[in-house]
Ligand binder design. Structure first.
Ligand code: SF4
Ligand SMILES: [Zn+2]
Length: 112
């Protein structure tokens, strides 16, 4: 991760913070994630690593591609719905920067 663009490192931190917040509150975990949330976070990290937009991305919610498979998309949406409003209290800087990312227009889908 060290050689990644700072924006993508922050993106990973944000999604990790949201999954942790969700898992701790909903599944009663402490430091570690439960197996399902751990798999979801691994999946989200892999998607970010392969994201065609990289540091030009808006938020995944605004993405015209949405590269997640349907089951994972539903799961990550549930996490975002729960963790999104709570992030402002628990991780205010990441939350504000993520909000600002969401104001950016999603770039046009790259040609494949
Ligand atoms: S959903 Fe879109 S922005 Fe998010 S990782 Fe996939 S391609 Fe990139
Ligand atoms: Zn969990």
């Amino acid at each position: 991760m060290a050689d990644r663009h700072p924006r993508m490192r922050r993106e990973e931190k944000t999604v990790a913070a949201m999954v942790h917040l969700y898992c701790h509150d909903k599944h009663g975990t402490k430091a570690a994630l439960c197996a399902d949330c751990s798999a979801l976070l691994d999946y989200a990290r892999a998607r970010l690593a392969h994201c065609p937009y990289q540091e030009r991305k808006s938020t995944c919610a605004k993405c015209p591609i949405h590269c997640y498979k349907p089951e994972m998309r539903d799961r990550v949406r549930a996490v975002m719905r729960y963790a999104g409003p709570r992030m402002l209290l628990r991780h205010p800087l990441l939350a504000v920067l993520h909000l600002i990312d969401g104001w950016k227009k999603a770039p046009p889908a790259p040609r494949r």
